[in-house]
Design a protein around this ligand. Sequence first.
Ligand code: NAD
Length: 355
Amino acid sequence: MKYHIALLKGDGIGPEIIDEAVKCLDVVAKKFGHEFEYDTQIIGGEAIDAVGVPLPQETVDVCLASDAVLMGAVGGPRWDTIDPSIRPEVGLLGIRKALGTFVNIRPAKLYAPLADACPLKPERLGSGLDLIVCRELTGDVYFGRKWRDDDGTGHDDMNYTIPEIERIAHRAYALARKRRNHVTCVDKANVLETSRVWRETVERIACEYPDVTTDYQYVDNASMQLVLNPSQFDVILTGNLFGDILSDEASCITGSIGMLPSASLGDGPLGLYEPIHGSAPDIAGKNIANPIATILSAAMMLRYSFNLDAEAQTIEDAIDAVLEAGLRTGDIAKQNEQSISCTEMGNAIANAIAS
Ligand code: NAD
């Protein structure tokens, strides 16, 4: 089958890591008899340099006409001092909005060969760390009314509508069904009215998924449980504010930022897939970046936008295999351990996919 993929390489290490992901996708296409057609468009600093804005209309049009969007990263010191309304990050927020995404999915997985990179004591890891934070993106206190009174008191309105909660809850349950059938709803329903609406709505939706176990945690407890007993989690379903904090907490217990992918999804299959790290200007152009987060983002694209589970699993297994074989880019190598380049890591994963 033929799939159209918009590629947004962006700035810094963006082009290097996207090239390695494309290399792996091409091997998947050959192995499984698919055709991936790429259309590369500009975003962020490269777009500011080329046309004066971080998100040209042509980029938006191509992304909307594609089956999925695979992105590197945007930004860098060159654009730090320009007008804030056209900074590279504006392009990133703009494309997420243009695609109608409302859920951000961030898996946090600790690979056994990298267990040393985890800041938790080994006995805390139990059966391992392999969870997904499913964070709502369009509501909550971030998008409520913000104002100050004459005496300087600050206010942020926190809102959630029932339809906003329902649509992300369905997404979380669908995800859980592709994993270990377990959803943990995280809120602050003992204190916040928005959280009480959130929990009641999730309780109602949960009845539609009797094969999925649901449990409920207050966010203060969940943040403790993440470091005390992270293996209890499969899919964490939560709002924008709590998801922002918990997804960073979950990602830091896996070790390197160079290993973590993400997906932003809306109603349909079209999604935006990108590593969680930035453009790493300090290592750009040196061919030493870790491409694994981007290659894993490509695997998420196959699974969530194209429904190609076996193909996604093949990429994930190939990454397991190269790590097991001891191959490391600089960010995940131990002191005095030999490291390989971004290209060599991409080649090794591509070869493992092919074999
Ligand atoms: P960063 O994630 O780019 O880098 C933080 C540190 O992690 C750096 O030392 C970097 O070398 C390292 N690192 C990141 N990705 C790596 C990889 N794949 N392999 C090896 N090492 C890696 O964060 P930052 O330095 O705070 O931001 C740099 C620029 O990126 C800024 O302009 C920022 O605004 C932008 N940014 C963009 C995104 C995005 O596009 N989604 C996200 C975060 C930051």
